[in-house]
Design a protein around this ligand. Structure first.
Ligand code: ATP
Length: 418
């Protein structure tokens, strides 16, 4: 078996926590670093998650690490997996028993049978993820791989380990685009043909909404999401997810070119691609994807409202008038609205400015300040704060003291008119 170049083994040892991990498994043959960790180590990345496969029980290795290093573990006996975490160096290790997987039907969760390393490599998504590095002392740095894995890594290609891969598990279609976007690797031609055939055969519809949703969300959260959007369109994976889900590269490029802080890129892009859905079909679809209530509400607002924001604004309105419209929306909705071709450039800039400085929508005083100044609970507080915000946005009031004075004056006026 080949060995990893000495410099790479040294690079592994230099990763925070690695020395303690290697010391803890030094006398434990059958312990391997696998998957993305080996791939990234070979690519020269200095940081990655420790993914370990063990020819034995994952839970038993987790217990051993707790004894040797301290820290804590969590075991998932049903899946033969465990996690280990030590606060020193924030060392986090995912451990899995080497396994073979079988699929009762396409798209189903696999049935897991403990096995050896060779089977564990075959069941992986792409050859570049099907490499394992021995990490026990006697064989530290010895590399085992699925045939041609390191050659594929050097050629920067993504190749499935067998022809039924995308049919067995169509979430790998999303993973193909994810690694393509993240690493800049291309699908090898036969793999690309298999991916296209799987999409045409409707493979994505065999996967549960929740699994599909998690893969879609992590894909859209990638830094190079624009590449992912482009390849989703090229593969037809967008339409395969839902007939009204369109990977719109043009609008995506406009919104991603200057993403404001605090905007959740994956939620923005979900709304962007799903914006031709109506509310009645979007709601159950988002629920099916397994989004939590809050995230689903953000996406739904983008889908149903992005087109309407520009209509509610006028370019010659006052800052307070603009603010009264803009503050009704989530940043993701405004960001999407600013990128729509139908939004006039002047209004798009207005939205961008607002997103860039959302503090302009904030007051330095709150209801608590008014109560402290003797104002009793009631609707007058809301009215006073809202009027103070408008005055601040129009530049008539500056700073905390002037805001407080203005708000108290409004409360007095309110009382006088009652
Ligand atoms: P990385 O590959 O960088 O670890 P990640 O952390 O997003 O990316 P995970 O989803 O945690 O990847 O998967 C870790 C490894 O498990 C992958 O490298 C791959 O070998 C394997 N894997 C994960 N999901 C699948 C799948 N659906 N089919 C086959 N192999 C998979």
């Amino acid at each position: 078996m080949p060995y990893l170049p000495e410099a790479k083994t040294e690079a592994l040892k230099a990763i925070p926590g690695a020395a303690r991990l290697l010391a803890a498994v030094r006398d434990r043959p059958g312990t391997y670093l696998v998957g993305g960790a080996v791939r990234d180590l070979m690519l020269g990345f200095a940081q990655f998650d420790f993914d370990i496969v063990v020819e034995g029980e994952a839970a038993e290795l987790a217990d051993h690490l707790v004894t040797e290093i301290g820290g804590r573990s969590r075991k998932h006996d049903r899946f033969h997996t465990a996690t280990f975490y030590s606060e020193v160096d924030a060392l986090s290790v995912d451990i899995a028993t080497a396994r073979t997987e079988t699929y009762a039907r396409p798209g189903a969760l696999p049935e897991v049978i403990p096995s050896d390393l060779q089977h564990d490599l075959v069941r992986r998504d792409f050859t570049v993820n099907a490499m394992a590095l021995s990490i026990w002392h006697e064989r530290l740095g010895e590399l085992e791989e699925f045939p041609d894995a390191s050659a594929d890594l050097a050629a920067r290609v993504l190749r499935v380990t067998h022809d039924k891969s995308f049919i067995d598990d169509p979430t790998r279609l999303f993973r193909l685009l994810r690694y393509g976007a993240r690493l800049g690797f291309a699908a090898e031609p036969h793999t690309e043909d298999l991916a296209r055939a799987a999409v045409e055969a409707g493979a994505p519809s065999t996967v549960s909404g929740g699994r599909l949703g998690s893969e879609l969300v992590v894909l859209l959260a990638e830094r190079a999401a624009l590449v992912a959007i482009d390849s989703m369109y090229a593969l037809g994976l967008d339409r395969a997810i839902h007939p009204n889900f369109h990977a719109d590269e043009y609008v995506a490029a406009r919104v991603l070119s200057n993403l404001p802080d605090g905007v959740r890129q994956e939620l923005l892009l979900l709304a962007l691609c799903a914006r031709s859905m109506d509310e009645d079909s979007a709601k159950p679809w988002l629920r099916d994807l397994g989004l939590n209530h809050k995230d689903a509400a953000i996406v739904l607002e983008g889908i149903t409202n992005a087109e309407l924001v520009a209509d509610a604004l006028s370019e010659d309105g006052s800052p307070a008038e603009h603010a009264s419209v803009l503050r009704k929306y989530q940043p993701e909705t405004l960001c999407l609205a600013s990128g729509l071709p139908s939004t006039p450039p002047g209004l798009a800039s207005l939205m961008r400015e607002w997103l860039g400085d959302r503090s302009q929508g904030r007051l330095e005083i709150s209801g608590a300040d008014l109560r402290e100044a003797g104002v009793s609970e009631g609707p007058a507080i809301g009215k006073a704060l809202s009027s103070t915000l408008d005055a601040t946005l129009n530049g008539e009031v500056n700073g905390r003291q002037e805001q407080l004075d203005h708000a108290l004056r409004i409360v007095r006026e309110e009382r006088e008119t009652v």
